[in-house]
Design a protein. Structure first.
Length: 143
């Protein structure tokens, strides 16, 4: 049923397996998810997007206007998207210390000095403080 390999054949198979295993040993994996840069990757997620109406349901103060840019440098590059410009604006808002943003408008321009197509989104960065909602209020007894 099974054919026995001669010792010479067994040594050949074992040698080939050893070479293959050793060849794979120095393979390195590199990723753009550098632990030192994780704070940078997470910045946009720390800024919540509000509407003009929904921000009014919170306690907040403005930190200023921010803008985000997406640039398609040449006709062959990836398309400049509004979502990338909004993400860039959220990063800039986070760098100001904001945890909220309300977007105004986005502007698309073609054939600028630096970009074949650019999209710029403007928004206002806010520091939203809802800590008062977590506070429990003790009833005052009338004595």
């Amino acid at each position: 049923m099974f054919k026995r390999l001669p010792v010479k054949g067994l040594l050949t198979v074992a040698s080939a397996a050893t070479v293959l295993l050793c060849a794979c040993q120095d393979v390195a994996f590199e990723s753009n998810l550098n632990p030192q840069n994780f704070v940078e990757y997470a910045k946009p997620a720390s800024v919540e997007v509000y509407t003009n109406d929904s921000i009014l349901e919170h306690r907040f103060h403005s930190l200023g206007v921010v803008s985000g840019l997406a640039c398609q440098e040449t006709e062959d590059d990836f398309i400049a998207r509004e979502s990338e410009a909004r993400t860039d604006a959220r990063i800039k808002a986070a760098e100001l210390g904001a945890n909220g943003i309300v977007f105004g408008k986005c502007v698309r321009l073609e054939k600028t000095a630096a970009c074949a197509v650019s999209v710029t989104c403007y928004g206002e960065a806010f520091k939203v403080d809802d800590s008062y909602k977590d506070a429990t209020v003790e009833p005052v007894s009338a004595e």
